[in-house]
Design a protein around this ligand. Structure first.
Ligand SMILES: *Cc1c(COP(=O)(O)O)cnc(C)c1O
Length: 432
């Protein structure tokens, strides 16, 4: 039994007439949890209001970007002031240099950065650059990590460890997929075996340093260190895809938190404060290969867009200040409270559960754990999560509409929001 949302249901029926599946990004259609999506009317702080007049404490936060919650007055002011001066120029602005300086200042490994319009563009560009810089063909990724929808990254593992990749979507050419090798996440032995056999053919390893696209799965101790070591020894580049973790698991992202120095980093989500922004960057000598300084082509009509730069820059400056006052510790403590409430309720009911919380990310799994890889997360109980998700929605709490996605916290969630969510989590188990 789920609450009815007649206006949202009617809006979805109309949307399905004119957009594939009624949405502009597949996971919005609620396929993993059933039912139909609620349509947003507006957001304010940690709350999202649907067109049926319901209010939700929002832990989806537009899939991560909204670390300042919805419609933060300072971000809204920065964006509207920028809009009044012109929405795009096609010539450089000083704002872009300020934004680049701010990003470089916060992300430890980055010397030089290029702005793009999405996380997908960032990873796609970083891979092209890595292949060009090394003159090598193969890319290594990990099963369960998502890096956007570029052909080279829509690849699934073949049978056996580190076989040639197979297309994970019709339309991805076999040859493209075959240039991507897939390994299990958090498996140092498999990584070392692959590099021992083929290290010299590998252009780059791309990794979510804290996985957030198979639910939230932190790296096991030593995994990121091993990645840095084997790539460096083989002359391959290490790309940290921090589109989700950047400015979210800590001010300096996962690399700041774990003290790893990747060659290239990709950013998105939080960097744009809810506007379309991505970025890639890293070591000066590698980035010197990017056009027009070097031969590797990559461009964008709206890249470095003034509205996006104004919103992003304001958000990053606010984060730097808030981090000095314990923001990320507070977010992690809130995430841990939600994780603890989930695990305690599961234990009490005899339902196998496990949970992770790190910085402003958390993951709740209907699986007894430990959860370390896509093999583990794929064993989690999807039907139970679907019931849990709808029970929380009915109680005014919005989680990701799939267990294989992370939960997010914002700087504007209050102690009271967390307490009410703990209660909703506990009560949801009575309805499973
Ligand atoms: C969301 C995400 C992407 C893709 O970003 P888009 O802006 O959706 O294209 C890439 N990598 C990671 C780790 C992500 O979480």
């Amino acid at each position: 039994m789920t609450a009815s949302r007649p206006k949202s249901e009617s809006a979805f029926a109309q949307a399905k007439q004119v957009m594939p599946g009624g949405v502009n990004s597949p996971v919005r259609a609620f396929r993993a949890v059933g039912g139909s999506p609620f349509f947003a009317d507006h957001g304010e702080g940690p709350y999202l209001y649907d067109i049926d007049g319901n209010r939700y404490i929002d832990y989806l936060l537009s899939w991560g970007p909204l670390i300042w919650g919805h419609a933060h007055p300072e971000i809204v002011r920065a964006v509207t002031e920028a809009a009044a001066r012109g929405t795009s120029f096609g010539v450089p602005t000083e704002l872009e240099t300020e934004m680049a300086k701010q990003v470089i200042d916060l992300v430890p490994s980055m010397d030089v950065v290029r702005m793009v319009n999405s996380g997908t563009e960032a990873t796609m560009s970083a891979i092209r650059l890595a292949r060009a810089y090394t003159g090598r063909r193969y890319l290594v990724k990990f099963a369960g990590c998502y890096h956007g929808h570029a052909d080279a990254l829509l690849v699934k593992a073949g049978s056996g460890v580190a076989t040639l990749g197979l297309p994970d979507s019709p339309g991805v050419p076999q040859e493209t997929a075959q240039a991507t090798l897939t390994l299990p996440y958090n498996d140092e032995a498999a990584l070392r075996a692959l590099f021992a056999a083929r290290g010299e053919e590998i252009a780059a390893v791309i990794v979510e340093p804290v996985a957030g696209n198979m639910g939230c799965v932190p790296p096991v101790p030593g995994f990121l260190e091993a990645l840095r070591e084997v790539t460096r020894a083989a002359g391959a580049l290490l790309i940290f895809d921090e589109v989700m973790t950047g400015f979210r698991v800590g001010l300096g992202g996962a690399q700041g938190r774990f003290g790893i120095d990747p060659d290239l980093t990709t950013l998105g989500k939080v960097i744009g404060a809810g506007l379309p922004v991505g970025a890639y960057g890293g070591k000066r000598d590698i980035m010197a290969a990017v056009a027009p300084e070097g031969p590797v082509y990559q461009a964008g009509t709206l890249s470095g867009n003034p509205l996006a730069m104004a919103g992003g820059l304001t958000s990053l400056r606010m984060l730097a200040e808030a981090a000095a006052n314990g923001l990320y510790e507070r977010l992690e403590a809130y995430g841990q409270r939600l994780a603890d409430a989930f695990v305690a309720a599961g234990k009490k009911r005899g339902v196998p559960v496990s949970a992770h919380a790190i910085g402003g990310m958390f993951g709740l799994f209907f699986h007894g754990g430990p959860i370390r890889s896509a093999d583990d997360t794929s064993q989690a109980d999807k039907a139970l999560y679907a019931k849990f998700f709808h029970a929380l929605l009915d109680a005014g709490v919005s989680l990701a509409p799939s267990q294989l996605e992370a939960g997010f916290l914002s700087a504007v969630h209050t102690d009271d929001d967390i307490a009410r969510t703990e209660e909703a989590i506990t009560q949801a188990f009575d309805r499973l």
